[in-house]
Ligand binder design. Structure first.
Ligand code: PGA
Length: 240
């Protein structure tokens, strides 16, 4: 694992954006998966700025042969109403406005047949790059504590810590999701390259635990990343 410490979250965003755009320049048919949440917001802001600069220089980056597989998505609550922003709405706002023509694969469509999502990824040539955030409980995508490394795309129950962190403790009601569909750890580990973004003091403890000298284990799902030969950890705090 390559650990890179940058001076703030904006610098992490710029670094990750450069990495993604370089990949697409080198490999216009890249297969990618990018995260949602607060951490990657500076990365998307940088992608938008860089795309605008390329457009002004008449050097647009072609996205029409890139495949994007969604990492995870909330399952609509049984009440039928979802008060939180879905991840597809988030990605529409943050990314899809500047990536015209990208082949977007919505994970929600595979809720009843999740194995077909795995096949779709394979049929696209496998994941070239997965960028991840990490939850304060050590989850990656929605692989909550207890997740084994053989896990594939499936529907999962959200941890209470995840619900509290994502929706706020005073917003938990029948209209906030209790389930999600997510790529599994095995799906993520099948990627040729993985980048994990972790910024802010509140992520420091879990990142240090996940990547300590201990054997990877299911209590901190991010620790399974230690089994992958090509992971870059981008932080704005010092790692031992
Ligand atoms: P965050 O979420 O970027 O909003 O902290 C990360 C995650 O839960 O994976």
């Amino acid at each position: 694992m390559k650990k890179i410490q940058l001076h703030n979250e904006a610098a992490v965003g710029v670094f990750a954006a450069n990495l993604i755009l370089s990949l697409i320049k080198e490999n216009p048919t890249a297969v990618i998966s990018l995260p949602t949440g607060k951490t990657p917001l500076p990365m998307y802001a940088s992608i938008r700025v860089m795309m605008q600069e390329k457009k002004e220089k008449n050097m647009p980056l072609p996205w029409h042969a890139v495949s994007f597989f969604q990492l995870d998505e909330y399952v609509r609550p049984a009440s039928g109403t979802m008060v939180v922003e879905s991840f597809i709405e988030y990605l529409n706002r943050e990314l899809l406005s500047v990536t015209e023509g990208i082949h977007f694969h919505s994970i929600a469509q595979y809720q009843t047949n999740p194995d077909d999502y795995e096949k779709a990824i394979q049929n696209a040539g496998g994941l070239d790059l997965v960028v991840l955030g990490i939850g304060i409980n050590g989850h990656i995508a929605f692989n909550e504590p207890g997740t084994q490394p053989e896990s594939l795309t499936r529907t999962v129950l959200l941890d209470e810590t995840t619900r509290q962190s994502n929706f706020g403790t005073d917003q938990l009601n029948d209209n906030t999701p209790t389930q999600a569909i997510t790529m599994g750890i095995q799906t993520i580990l099948s990627a040729r390259q993985i980048v994990l973004l972790a910024t802010g003091e509140k992520k420091k403890a879990i990142v240090q635990q996940a990547f300590s000298d201990q054997e990877p284990n299911a209590s901190i799902p991010a620790s399974w990343l230690k089994r992958h030969p090509n992971v870059i950890l981008l932080t704005d705090f010092l790692m031992p």
